[in-house]
Design a binder for this molecule. Structure first.
Ligand code: CO
Ligand code: ZN
Length: 333
């Protein structure tokens, strides 16, 4: 899984421009899919049909988002300095000093107007991107160009660090799950969604098209295991997190129970998740059409929305195992 994760995280796909990541996924899933199509919003929909017929089989949509947070050029001044707005949840303190890569390959560094308070991050509108230009006319980016963090993947033992682990870690887990499922009574839709970071847009439209009975998002979740972090129980390396609640969604109790029971039966580590900030594609799936029974399996992740998001390899492997176990058998509800 590590080489795949390196390839996925070193590819650029700001919200709305997911093509490069979609191409990589398409190649990976092709031998394992019964049907593949791309919908109007750009989400990649990969179907695996049931291999056995039983009752208590469901049409299940699994979603991991392809897009990553980034910036969009809003103004170029006469000296070629680039002002920008966020495309998804880019925070000032993580953006300062970052390197940005634009879709046309141009790179730049983030500077700021002036030092006011050394220990406080300036607002995004007090920052600019220096792309090496000297004037508006030699500036290699234009208004409306998209960029995201430039940062390479690295391994620190079992801890894997990269930009866009949110949600390429989830993408990798979904790909590996598709590969590992040998038999299933369910009609499975592995959906690699677009525009999650700007408001779970691709997941909602994909769910409308698929009309699933159950929806599960696979995404990262914040942890409470660093010095003076929010009081949350999720920790790196302690297993996939069964989402009970985040500010955007209350998981369906049947889905929570399905995950917990399967983990316990298979003797897989898991954690119960109550997330205090953020949400996932599951919130959009849940309220599609007449409503969808929804939940989320989360991968614990530190430094979310920075250029160095950290996950644990064991959590990824156990997420694949748990999803595979869940989807290989009929449900009990
Ligand atoms: Co995110
Ligand atoms: Zn995410």
């Amino acid at each position: 899984m590590k080489p795949l994760l390196k390839t996925l995280t070193e590819t650029f796909a700001p919200s709305g421009y997911e093509d490069a990541v979609r191409k990589i996924i398409q190649k990976e899933v092709k031998p394992f899919a019964d049907e593949i199509h791309v919908d109007a919003m750009g989400s990649l929909i990969v179907r695996k049909k049931p291999t056995v017929e039983t009752k208590n089989s469901k049409r299940v949509m699994l979603a991991a988002h392809m897009d990553e947070i980034g910036v969009i050029v809003s103004h170029v001044d006469k000296n070629g300095f680039v002002r920008f707005a966020s495309n998804g949840g880019v925070f000032g303190r993580y953006t300062l000093g970052a390197r940005i890569r634009f879709m046309n390959g141009v790179t730049g560094v983030v500077g700021f107007d002036k030092l006011e308070a050394v220990d406080q991050a300036p607002a995004l509108n007090k920052m600019y991107i220096d792309v090496g230009a000297t004037s508006r006319s030699d500036c290699p980016v234009k208004i409306g160009d998209f960029g995201s963090f430039e940062r390479s993947y690295m391994e620190m033992g079992n801890r894997l660090v990269a930009k866009s682990m949110d949600d390429r870690a989830g993408v990798a887990v979904l790909i590996e799950t598709l590969k590992s499922i040998k038999v299933t009574p369910h009609d499975l839709y592995f959906v690699f969604t677009t525009q999650e970071e700007v408001g779970t847009r691709g997941a909602g439209t994909a769910a409308y098209g698929i009309d699933p009975e159950i929806g599960i998002a696979i995404d990262v979740t914040g942890t409470g295991d660093t010095p003076a972090s929010l009081k949350m129980s999720m920790e790196l390396g302690k297993g996939p997190c069964v989402k009970v609640r985040d500010p955007g969604m209350l998981s369906d109790p049947r889905v929570v129970e399905w995950m917990v029971n399967t983990a316990e039966k298979a003797k897989l580590p898991y954690q119960r998740e109550v997330l205090l900030v953020g949400s996932t594609d599951a919130k959009a799936i849940q309220v599609t059409r007449a409503g969808v029974m929804s939940g989320a399996l989360s991968i614990p992740c530190r430094y979310i929305h920075s250029a160095s998001e950290m996950v644990d390899l064991e959590d990824l492997k156990n997420s694949v195992k748990l999803l595979t176990a869940m989807l290989s058998k009929p449900v009990s509800f």
